[in-house]
Design a protein around this ligand. Structure first.
Ligand SMILES: Cc1cc2nc3c(=O)[nH]c(=O)nc-3n(C[C@H](O)[C@H](O)[C@H](O)COP(=O)(O)OP(=O)(O)OC[C@H]3O[C@@H](n4cnc5c(N)ncnc54)[C@H](O)[C@@H]3O)c2cc1C
Length: 369
């Protein structure tokens, strides 16, 4: 084998691409491998495409810190690179007085996290979004929407400009220690195809599986994966909203909310269904439960306009009834395996946080090299 690089990144979702760009910018010779024919084929193409402001996450958690930092980096990157996006703002609505108190708690958390937001009363809500019926709302001006595919394309373009390479249709099967680094094997080849000083595992829903192929990795350092499917409905015709509209968050997700893509197509979702395996079939023969959820704050919603959209699966580290668990960036100090970093549980707000996560990973590689 005469192929040798500084870093192999496994996975060309938004996290692997952002990390590849960050490393390449720092002059690190980086190779990104992905098993699919094109980058971003899994979770990075199956989400709400919302730039989150950072309202919801436990203070000082990685989710809170990387969301706020990542949001700022993301807006700056989109503006500099012409990535289609819109800082449209969002409203989290309370449908009764008890929920107004929950909104107040959420507002305190948002401020602690550094996410601008303010509580608004019914009069202001009517002025901003006349079609919404609610007892109050939290207005988040920093929330936005993004064309996630254009973002990934721009990340890849910049990574390649700095010398990184992406090879698709390359399923990593084994990672074995060799000298000061790793020999990486792929499906269809008997011998390792590349030697890397560092390996970054950003395989999303498959990160746990990939870590199990790493020589010297103990199972006790691989967190258990739990899967929560989220389905979306698309909405035919116009909706009267200028901002994203969210209910209060529910266990496992942010509640069935209204978002739209850059083309203006409205969609509602995602719901939360705990599943045992990854399955993207849309189980929405009867979308009435979506209509009911939306009718609580938009009485005029028309059930006939709802149709099955798409689904994504959240790679979670906690299950039903358990408290939410933070992103996990597992470094050599934690798992004891030198020159290997694994990213687990990168569910929402991973798209928003991608460049901030990339900074942390690149610093780990840079500090130790
Ligand atoms: C329903 C839903 C809604 C969401 N909404 C939002 C949102 O609005 N805003 C937000 O900020 N975040 C959101 N997220 C989170 C966001 O989508 C994810 O955090 C992000 O896409 C994760 O990217 P990733 O690169 O870690 O994973 P992925 O995109 O899954 O990429 C992993 C890659 O690894 C590759 N791979 C796996 N195994 C191997 C192997 N052995 N060899 C080679 N390649 C391999 C796969 O092919 C894949 O391309 C949402 C997530 C879900 C599920």
């Amino acid at each position: 084998m005469n192929n040798s690089v500084d870093v192999v990144i496994i996975g060309a979702g938004v996290i692997g691409l952002a990390t590849g760009r960050e490393l390449a910018r720092k002059g690190v010779d980086t190779l990104i491998l992905d098993g699919e024919p094109v980058f971003g084929s899994w979770t990075s193409s199956r989400n709400s495409e919302v730039i989150h402001a950072g309202l919801y996450y436990e203070s000082q958690s990685l989710k809170a810190r990387t969301c706020v930092r990542g949001r700022d980096l993301l807006y700056a990157f989109c503006n500099a690179r012409g990535v289609p996006h819109r800082q449209c703002g969002k409203l989290v609505v309370a449908v009764n007085d008890a929920q107004v108190q929950e909104l107040e708690q959420l507002s305190r958390l948002a401020h602690a996290n550094g996410a601008d937001s303010r509580l608004i009363d019914i009069q202001e809500l009517r002025r901003l979004e006349p079609a919404v019926r609610a007892a109050g709302a939290l207005f988040s001006p920093n929330t936005g929407i993004i064309d996630s595919h254009a973002y990934m394309q721009a990340l890849l373009g910049e990574a390649e400009t700095y010398g990184a390479r992406l090879v698709c249709r390359t399923q990593v099967t084994r990672i074995r220690q060799s000298g000061q680094g790793w020999n990486v094997s792929i499906a269809g080849e008997t011998e390792p195809v590349v030697h890397a000083s560092w390996v970054i595992n950003s395989a999303g829903l498959f990160a746990q599986n990939v870590s199990r192929t790493v020589e010297g990795m103990s199972e006790q350092h691989i967190p258990r994966l739990r899967l929560a499917k989220g389905s979306y409905c698309t909405y035919a015709g116009r909706t009267p909203f200028g901002r994203l509209i969210y209910p209060l968050p529910e266990h496992g997700g942010l509640g069935v909310h209204l978002t739209f893509d850059m083309g203006g197509q409205a969609r509602f979702g995602p719901d939360v269904k705990w599943v045992d395996s990854i399955d993207y079939s849309i189980d929405l023969a009867d979308p009435s439960r979506f209509t009911e959820a939306v009718r609580r704050w938009w009485p005029e919603v028309n059930a006939d306009h709802m149709s099955p959209g798409y689904a994504g699966v959240r790679p979670k580290l906690s299950g039903p009834g358990e408290s939410a668990v933070d992103f996990k960036i597992a470094t050599p100090a934690q798992h004891g395996v030198a020159r290997f970093v694994a990213l687990y549980g990168v569910e929402s707000p991973g798209l928003t946080a991608s460049m901030a996560i990339a900074e942390i990973v690149a610093k780990e590689v840079g500090d130790a090299s």
